[in-house]
Design a protein around this ligand. Structure first.
Ligand SMILES: C[S@@+](CC[C@H](N)C(=O)[O-])C[C@H]1O[C@@H](n2cnc3c(N)ncnc32)[C@H](O)[C@@H]1O
Length: 302
């Protein structure tokens, strides 16, 4: 399992969920099952775990355990599938966002600049939109916006222009072909530059911001009073959505001079447990460098 993915902020997340032995828990991002395993270890025979993952590869990691129900779907459909399986309000929900090491390290999945392969980047192999189709079909403006917004690429406009020029001459279908086609607009350290470009494409292909918002909006109703939610994020765009939603029940930053007499607290129906996010220890970052950018936030249903 650790070849598939090393769970990040494992003990912190599990502790934050305050698992009750007879409770029902949801792991929205099963992956290699590291967090799920720790939840199961704390559940008694009456406990239940509903695990979502939209990647078909993850299903191979599901343990033979009667307490587990695996849902091979996007977590944006959380409430729908809980209803379908007649699961009432749950005691805890965990989401460990982004891609797994398995997805990142399998060259043919197209997530990493380290390998040659098709520009795919789909977490769910059933969907049709791929990174290659984004690069081939999106307009220059759309490309500009997505590289700026999701990758903070400093010359997003120039990159978008270059892509639109290049695709008239070559098919932008492979990792190396794409990197070569835009090599003359790379700014700064190429490794860092392409990491930002690839992050932006991945977020777009998997609609990561859209699905995160949809999931967050379903959390208050899906939790039983006193139930806990733990989210692990890996970049500031995700963390801001989680932070704002837990605090305010909205996704926008609230102005600091908002009327102090207006009772905004608990608009989300949640009470924030972590005023500041929990970060990995130095030791965890040393052992697992992929944990470096992780942030854990926990809230409780009122
Ligand atoms: C960071 S990994 C989770 C690793 C897991 N916690 C573990 O310990 O192995 C994220 C996983 O969530 C899945 N995932 C990401 N977004 C998803 C979504 N919107 N719906 C369902 N699964 C998703 C990915 O396919 C990936 O397997």
């Amino acid at each position: 399992m650790s070849d598939y993915h090393i769970p990040v902020l494992l003990s912190e997340a599990i502790q934050g969920l305050q698992i009750r032995t007879e409770g029902t828990y949801v792991d929205c991002t099963f992956g290699g099952g590291g967090h799920s395993k720790a939840i199961l270890e704390r559940l008694g025979p009456e406990g239940k775990l509903i695990a979502f993952d939209q990647d078909q590869d993850a299903s191979a990691n599901v343990p033979a355990d009667d307490r587990v129900l695996f849902v091979p779907q996007n977590f944006r459909h959380l409430s729908r599938f809980l209803r379908l399986h007649k699961v009432g309000p749950v005691d805890g929900i965990l989401a460990d966002l982004g891609v797994s090491s398995h997805q990142f390290d399998e060259g043919e999945r197209g997530f990493s600049t380290r390998f040659e392969g098709a520009l795919d980047m789909r977490m769910d192999q059933r969907q049709t939109l791929t990174a290659a189709s984004v690069l081939t079909t999106y307009g220059e403006q759309e490309l500009h916006k997505l590289f700026e917004r999701y990758g903070e690429v400093t010359n997003a406009k120039t990159l978008a222009k270059r892509i639109v020029e290049a695709r008239k001459l070559v098919a932008l279908e492979t990792i190396s072909g794409f990197m070569q086609a835009v090599s003359n607009v790379v700014k700064g350290n190429p490794k860092k530059y392409f990491a930002q470009v690839f992050q932006a494409l991945r977020i777009e292909v998997n609609d990561e911001m859209g699905v995160l918002k949809e999931l967050l909006e379903q959390i208050p109703a899906a939790l039983a009073p006193g139930g806990r939610v733990a989210f692990i994020t890996f970049h500031s765009l995700e963390d801001r959505l989680v932070k704002n939603f837990f605090r305010e029940g909205t996704f926008e930053d609230q102005p600091a001079d908002d009327n102090p007499f207006e009772h905004r607290k608990h608009r989300s129906g949640l009470s924030v447990i972590t005023r500041k996010p929990i970060l990995p220890t130095e030791e965890e970052m040393k052992v697992n460098p992929r944990s470096r950018s992780a942030k854990l936030r926990i809230a409780e249903k009122l």
